[in-house]
Design a protein around this ligand. Sequence first.
Ligand code: COA
Length: 217
Amino acid sequence: MDNIKIRLETEKDYRAVEELTRKAFWNVYKPGADEHYFVHMMRNHPDFIPELAFVLEKDGEIIGNIMYTKAWLEDEDGVRKEILSFGPLCVDPAYQRQKLGKILIEHSFEVARSMGYDVNINFGNPGNYVSRGFVSCKKKNVSFVRPDNYPTALLVCELVPGALAGKAWMYIPSTAADCCEDTDAVEAFDATFPEKEKKWMPSQEEFYIYSHSSVVR
Ligand SMILES: CC(C)(COP(=O)(O)OP(=O)(O)OC[C@H]1O[C@@H](n2cnc3c(N)ncnc32)[C@H](O)[C@@H]1OP(=O)(O)O)[C@@H](O)C(=O)NCCC(=O)NCCS
């Protein structure tokens, strides 16, 4: 695709990024969306990493973005390692499935490596990520909440191959997304955008299945 540019997000982009996030996530994982509120709030969270908040422009218009927070892995001795977790990641629906998501992931991973990070972990639909080097958390011995619990949607990408080898880990996510539990605040923020119809979509059931299941064998 021509005239594509990736650059860091600036304060002037905030509302455009929130509008894009709302548009891309609307009705995908639930009727409506709360990811634009998450974006709005995470920029003030201590785990937010502004050096990894990128927007993708085409002809000067923002049509994609990726944002990161810190997360942690704890080994069997209780020693913590700081890692990355991206999300939201989104591409304008008019430009999806044209490798722009891939470009955003690869660009930000490159910068992340130069900052010394060697692992990224996030919850997501495996179909979006397995071709980007992500594997099931079970294959990297990364459990969640309790040992031997390997959620299907918990996906691990070693930015440096072998970074997790030889140990068992427990994933500890940032609390940045907890703000979305305040549904009144989500609704109040959403009311500052033009009205949009909330409805059921099959992707919501797909997400339910991924987010309520585990890899057991
Ligand atoms: C998920 C998202 C960011 C991906 O961006 P994109 O630019 O559309 O994705 P890409 O073109 O880079 O392809 C991503 C992968 O999706 C899969 N994919 C491609 N086309 C697909 C299709 N028609 N149906 C299902 N999966 C498809 C493939 O695995 C593809 O990788 P590959 O073609 O190299 O094998 C984008 O679709 C989006 O914004 N979705 C809504 C918001 C969201 O769900 N964000 C992710 C959760 S944080």
